[in-house]
Design a binder for this molecule. Structure first.
Ligand SMILES: Cc1cc2nc3c(=O)[nH]c(=O)nc-3n(C[C@H](O)[C@H](O)[C@H](O)COP(=O)(O)OP(=O)(O)OC[C@H]3O[C@@H](n4cnc5c(N)ncnc54)[C@H](O)[C@@H]3O)c2cc1C
Length: 341
């Protein structure tokens, strides 16, 4: 039996690989990067502090099945994320906006203080040009709750990091991995089926044009002090280039160091100004970009299933990536079962 090819060693690819490996299929995962894990890749730095290479990844979900699935592959420690915004005068207020923040800033100033500067930096578009979905992801509350994800019952961080979780997911005798291996069409020839997490427009040589993405440049520094921030992440309300900063040691199981603290500042940019690192699909008001994606999606391709945030041109949280991957694997197995009957 020919192998199944999985392009992309991120959460979407590795969960599909694991499910099919357990069902007896031989899997080959390739990734163009030199590490496993895709965007959840993390590592411990020279100061003993764990840093997420592609920005802070906080696991939170309502989906118990997904959390239980991930718990098979390593220990998780409870952690509920908190975020503050720094006002122009240096004061910190809670985000998402709660009753207290509203009282301090004034209800009439919320959009101009928190949403306009952050969103315009993030997307390089006027607030009015953006799809309202983007703003709807950041609710405004009437209570004094200070948690960032108040409605998600399962919130935790992997005790030994995300990379260790991914390593355990792919630790199966039916799975082999090739890193620093960019996808080439010739690889499809001998594959029984391909699950592909690469950008769909790149796969089709941009025949209908490019799908736009925003990216983020991460600037990580070590400061010679025990701790700087009151919470893990602080968003800026100023017009400077950075949107937010994360202090890693505020997350449990992210290392201890009494002399140094590690912080990562985020500077949004176009993906072409950051080595083609595509992070956030651009949701324009008219939906033009989504329409373009649909043209790519409609191209018949029996042997390939596009997966993940780049294959489907969509922003998905980790729990959604795992949930979608479990469903995709299940559909494939059901289809094969019918074919074999
Ligand atoms: C800045 C940022 C912060 C985030 N924070 C959170 C958070 O707090 N909580 C949360 O739940 N989610 C968060 N997410 C979302 C999370 O990163 C995704 O849900 C998850 O990484 C999706 O996994 P994936 O496998 O679909 O994609 P990816 O992890 O991107 O994996 C795709 C893989 O495909 C590889 N690839 C691409 N093209 C090729 C090619 N041509 N050949 C070979 N390999 C290729 C890439 O190198 C990559 O490793 C965040 C995302 C970003 C960008």
């Amino acid at each position: 039996m020919d192998e199944i090819l999985v392009v992309g060693c991120g959460l979407s690819g590795v969960v599909i690989a694991r499910q099919l490996a357990q069902a007896g299929y031989k899997i080959h995962i390739i990734d163009k990067r030199s590490h496993i894990g895709g965007n959840v890749y993390d590592q411990v730095n020279e100061k003993g502090i764990r840093v997420h290479h592609y920005g802070p990844h906080l696991f939170h979900t309502k989906n118990e099945k997904v959390f239980k699935y991930l718990q098979q592959f390593g220990e998780w420690v409870p952690y509920k994320h908190k975020v503050k915004a720094m006002l122009q005068d240096g004061r910190y207020v809670t985000l998402p906006v709660n009753r207290e923040t509203k009282d301090i800033v004034g209800e009439e100033n919320i959009v101009e203080t928190f949403f306009r500067p952050y969103s315009e930096k993030m997307w390089d578009m006027k607030l009015e040009e953006l799809n309202p979905d983007i703003l709807n992801r950041v609710p405004v509350r009437d209570d004094d709750n200070t948690y960032y994800f108040p409605n998600d019952p399962f919130q935790a961080m992997p005790k030994d990091g995300y990379t260790a979780i991914v390593k355990n997911i792919i630790n199966h005798p039916n799975i082999r991995i090739s890193l620093e291996s960019p996808f080439q069409k010739s690889m499809e020839e001998h594959a029984r089926h391909i699950f592909n997490a690469m950008p769909i427009d790149e796969y089709y040589d941009y025949r209908y044009g490019e799908l736009p993405y925003r990216s983020v440049k991460f600037h990580t520094i070590n400061l010679p002090m025990p701790k700087l921030l009151p919470v893990t992440t602080v968003n800026f309300t100023h017009k400077g280039p950075h949107t937010r900063v994360t202090e890693w040691k505020n997350i449990p199981a992210h290392g201890e160091n009494n002399q140094f603290t590690t912080l990562t500042y985020e500077e949004p940019c176009d993906y072409k100004d950051n080595n083609n690192e595509r992070f956030y699909p651009v949701k324009d008001l008219q939906g033009t970009n989504r329409e373009l994606y649909k043209k790519y999606q409609a191209i018949p391709n029996e042997k390939t299933t596009f997966i993940g945030r780049l294959g489907l041109y969509i922003y998905i949280d980790m729990d959604q990536a795992v949930n979608a991957a479990l469903k995709t694997a299940e559909r494939f197995l059901q289809k094969q079962k019918k074919l074999d009957q």
